[in-house]
Design a protein around this ligand. Structure first.
Ligand code: HEC
Ligand code: HEC
Ligand code: HEC
Ligand code: HEC
Ligand code: HEC
Ligand code: HEC
Ligand code: HEC
Ligand code: HEC
Length: 442
C-alpha cells in the first residue's frame, strides 16, 4: 500500500491539458501499471474563470485569499469549476448588470460537484452515518413536535427558529430555493453535515474542511469535529480533551506535521491520535476513509447499545461491528501493544454492558409498565418520569458509554455513571409512587 502511494506520487501527476480528466485507482500489486493514478491538470484559467477572480479580488477579498492559499488554486481549480451550473439547473443564477456574462452560477456547491473530481470520498461519505444526519430526522414526528410545538411554542411565524439555528446547523436540512433560484433564509446559510441539495445529492464536504481553503491539515485536527461533537449529549470533544491522547495533543502538538499526504500521515508526524486518526486517517495497514462508521463496534448513541450489523445507511445499526473493532485495534497497534488495546476494549465493553443491563433495561421496563397502566403524561416534556428517562439514555448514558470507549474518565464516571445511579433512583421512586397510588403525582 505504501509503495503504491509513492509510485503514484512520482509517476502519477502528469501535468497537461485540461482540468482533471481522470483519477483512477485499482487495488492491485505493484508492476501492474493499471493501479497507478493518472491525474491530468491544466495550469492557467479560461477568460471566464479569470473574470471571477479579478472582480471578486476586490468584492470579496476574504474568499479569494482563502482560495489562493488552497491546493485548488495551485492546480488550477477555480471559482468557475465549483460554482458554474448548467442553464437549466433549478439553482442557476446570473450576475446582474454584467453585460455578456454568459455563465450560470450558484452559491450552492453540493457534494456532487466535489464528487466530480473526488469520487472516492463522496462514495465513502454516502455509505457513512454522516450521510443520514438529516434524512433520519425527516420521518420522526416526535422530534418535529419537540422542535416546533414545545421549543417553538407553536408560534406560527417563529416556530422553526430552534431548528434553523440549532439542529439544522449540525444535522443539515433540505435546501430550498426562492423564485430566483437562490437559497431561502429558512434553509441557508447552513453548516450542517447532511444537507440535501437541489441536485439531489446529500452531505456537506465543507463541514470538516472549510471553504475556501479546503485543507486536509484542518480536518485532521480535533477542532474540525468539535463544532458538532460536543455538549451534554455527545461530548466527544470534551472526552478527547479529558483523555491522555488529548493531554498529549494539548501539550505537544504545535510542531506536529499536519499536511502529509493521505496514507502517509503516520505516527512520527504526530505523537497521539486525533479524532481523524482513529476514525478516518490512513495509519499502519489502514487506508484513509470518509466512512466514519467503518471502524465502530457498538452503536453508542442509541437507547440500548447493540453490535453494529447492517449495511442499510439509514439503519441505527449501520456497520459491521466485528470488522470495525478489528480496524480500530489496528489503529492502536501503531503505538500500543496488542495486550494494551485488548485490555482497553475489555474495560470499555464492560461499561457499555453495565449501562445496557443495569440502567437502560430496568428503566425501559418501568416505562413500559407505567405506559400500560396509563400512568404517563401525554406531554412527555412535563412528565418527570419521562424527562429523567430521556436524560438517562440521551445524556448521562451516552456520556458514560462514550467516555469509557474513548478513555475520558471524567465523562465515564462523574458525568456518566455517577449521574446514572441518581437517575435510576429517581425513576424508581416515581414509578413506585405512581403504581401504589394508581395516579400521576401533581
Ligand atoms: C464584475 C464583477 C464580478 C464578476 C466578473 C463576477 N462576480 Fe460574482 N459577484 C459579484 C458581486 C458584486 C456579487 C454580490 C456580492 C454580494 O452579494 O455581496 C457576486 C456574487 C457571487 C456569488 C454569490 C451568489 C449569490 O447567490 O449570492 C457567487 C457564488 C459568485 N459571485 C461567483 C462568481 C463566479 C463563479 C464568477 C465567474 C464566473 C463571478 N462571480 C464573476 C461580482 C462579480
Ligand atoms: C473547490 C470548490 C470551490 C471553489 C474553487 C470555490 N468555491 Fe465558493 N464555495 C464553495 C462551497 C462548498 C461553498 C459553500 C456553499 C454552500 O453552502 O452550499 C462556497 C460558497 C461561496 C460563496 C457564498 C458563501 C459566502 O460566504 O458568501 C461565494 C460568494 C463564493 N463561494 C465565491 C467563490 C469565489 C469568488 C471563488 C473563486 C475565488 C470560489 N467561490 C471558489 C466551493 C468552492
Ligand atoms: C475540478 C476538479 C475539482 C473539484 C470540483 C474539487 N476539487 Fe478538490 N482537489 C482537486 C485537485 C486536482 C486537488 C489537488 C490534489 C493535489 O493536492 O495535488 C484537490 C485537492 C483537494 C483537497 C486536499 C487539499 C490538501 O490540503 O491537500 C481537498 C480537501 C479537496 N480537494 C476538497 C474538495 C471539496 C470539498 C470540493 C467541493 C467543494 C472539491 N475539492 C472540489 C480537484 C477538484
Ligand atoms: C457539521 C457537524 C459535524 C461535524 C463537523 C462532524 N460530525 Fe460526526 N456527526 C454529526 C452528526 C449530526 C452525526 C449523527 C448522524 C446521524 O444522524 O446518525 C454524526 C455522527 C458521527 C459518528 C457516528 C456515526 C454512526 O454511524 O453512528 C462518528 C463516528 C462521527 N460523527 C465522527 C466524526 C468525526 C471524526 C468528525 C471530524 C473529523 C466529525 N464527525 C465531524 C455531525 C458532525
Ligand atoms: C451541536 C450539534 C448538534 C445539534 C445542535 C443537534 N444535534 Fe443531533 N446529533 C449530533 C451529533 C454529533 C450526533 C451523533 C452522536 C453520536 O454518534 O454519538 C447526533 C445524533 C442525533 C440523533 C441520533 C442519530 C440517529 O441516526 O438517529 C438524532 C435523532 C438527533 N441527533 C436529532 C437532533 C435534533 C432533532 C436536534 C434539534 C432538536 C439535534 N439533533 C440537535 C449533533 C447535534
Ligand atoms: C467528517 C469530516 C470530513 C468530511 C465531512 C469530509 N472530509 Fe474530506 N477529509 C477529512 C479528513 C480528516 C481528511 C484527511 C484524512 C487523512 O488523514 O489522510 C480528508 C481528506 C480529504 C481529501 C484528500 C484525500 C485524498 O485522498 O486525496 C479530499 C480530496 C477530501 N477529503 C474531499 C472530501 C469531499 C469531496 C468530501 C465530501 C464528499 C469530504 N472530503 C468530506 C475529513 C472530512
Ligand atoms: C484513540 C482513538 C479515538 C480518538 C482519538 C477518538 N475516538 Fe471516537 N471512538 C473511538 C472508539 C474506540 C469508539 C467506540 C467504538 C466502538 O463502538 O467500539 C469511538 C466512538 C465515537 C463515537 C460514537 C459513535 C456511536 O456509536 O455513537 C463518536 C461520535 C466519536 N467517537 C467521535 C469522536 C470525535 C469527534 C473525536 C475527537 C474529538 C474522537 N471520536 C476521538 C476511538 C477514538
Ligand atoms: C499515535 C500514537 C497513538 C495511537 C494511534 C493510539 N495511542 Fe493511545 N496513547 C498514545 C500516547 C503517546 C499515550 C500517552 C502515554 C502515557 O500516558 O504515558 C497514550 C495513552 C493511552 C491510554 C492511557 C493509558 C496509558 O497507557 O497511558 C489509553 C487507554 C490509550 N492510549 C488507548 C488507545 C487506544 C484504545 C487506541 C486505539 C483506538 C490508541 N490508544 C491509539 C499514543 C497513541
Amino acid at each position: 500500500m505504501k509503495i503504491r502511494f509513492w509510485l503514484a506520487g512520482v509517476m502519477g501527476l502528469l501535468l497537461s491539458a485540461n482540468t482533471v480528466l481522470s483519477a483512477n485507482e485499482g487495488d492491485k500489486s505493484v508492476g501492474d501499471l493499471s493501479n497507478i493514478k493518472t491525474i491530468m491538470i491544466s495550469r492557467g484559467h479560461t477568460e471566464a474563470a479569470k473574470n471571477c477572480i479579478d472582480c471578486h479580488k476586490d468584492k470579496s477579498p476574504g474568499i479569494v485569499n482563502d482560495w489562493k492559499n488552497s491546493r485548488h488554486s495551485h492546480v488550477g481549480v477555480s471559482c468557475l469549476d465549483c460554482h458554474a451550473v448548467s442553464k437549466d439547473a433549478p439553482n442557476a443564477t446570473q450576475h446582474e448588470n454584467l453585460a455578456d456574462f454568459k455563465v450560470y452560477i450558484s452559491a450552492l456547491v453540493s457534494p456532487a460537484v466535489c464528487g466530480r473530481c473526488h469520487a472516492k470520498e463522496m462514495e465513502q461519505f454516502n455509505q457513512s452515518g454522516h450521510f443520514r444526519a438529516y434524512h433520519q430526522i425527516i420521518p420522526q414526528d416526535s422530534l418535529h413536535a419537540l422542535i416546533r410545538k414545545h421549543e417553538g411554542r407553536d408560534n406560527p411565524e417563529l416556530q422553526n427558529a430552534p431548528s434553523e439555528t440549532g439542529c439544522m446547523q449540525c444535522h443539515g436540512t433540505k435546501i430550498e430555493l426562492d423564485k430566483e433560484g437562490r437559497p431561502t433564509a429558512e434553509t441557508w446559510p447552513n453548516a450542517g453535515m447532511g444537507n440535501i441539495y437541489p441536485d439531489g445529492s446529500t452531505g456537506n464536504c465543507a463541514a470538516c474542511h472549510t471553504r475556501h481553503v479546503f485543507k486536509i491539515s484542518e480536518a485532521r485536527k480535533p477542532a474540525a469535529c468539535a463544532s458538532c461533537h460536543l455538549g451534554p449529549d455527545h461530548p466527544d470533544f470534551e472526552i478527547f480533551e479529558n483523555s491522555k491522547h488529548g493531554h498529549v495533543f494539548a501539550t505537544d502538538s504545535d510542531d506536529w506535521k499536519w499536511d502529509s499526504p493521505p496514507d502517509a500521515w503516520e505516527p512520527g508526524d504526530y505523537r497521539a491520535p486525533t479524532c481523524a486518526t482513529c476514525h478516518m486517517s490512513g495509519i499502519g495497514e489502514l487506508t484513509t476513509t470518509h466512512n466514519i462508521t467503518e471502524r465502530l463496534y457498538w452503536n453508542l448513541w442509541a437507547k440500548e447499545s447493540q453490535v453494529r450489523n447492517s449495511d442499510d445507511v439509514l439503519s441505527p445499526l449501520l456497520g459491521n461491528g466485528e470488522k470495525g473493532r478489528e480496524l480500530m485495534k489496528t489503529v492502536c497497534s501503531s503505538c500500543h501493544s496488542q495486550k494494551h488495546a485488548d485490555n482497553f476494549f475489555l474495560q470499555g465493553d464492560k461499561a457499555v454492558r453495565l449501562y445496557n443491563e443495569e440502567y437502560y433495561k430496568p428503566a425501559q421496563k418501568m416505562l413500559d409498565e407505567l405506559n400500560k397502566a396509563g400512568l404517563l403524561k401525554e406531554n412527555p416534556w412535563t412528565d418527570e418520569f419521562q424527562i429523567v428517562f430521556y436524560h438517562l439514555w440521551h445524556h448521562e448514558g451516552r456520556r458514560a458509554r462514550q467516555g469509557a470507549m474513548m478513555g475520558g474518565p471524567d465523562y465515564a464516571h462523574w458525568h456518566g455513571f455517577f449521574e446514572l445511579q441518581q437517575d435510576l433512583y429517581k425513576l424508581e421512586a416515581i414509578y413506585k409512587k405512581r403504581m401504589q397510588n394508581k395516579k400521576i403525582e401533581d
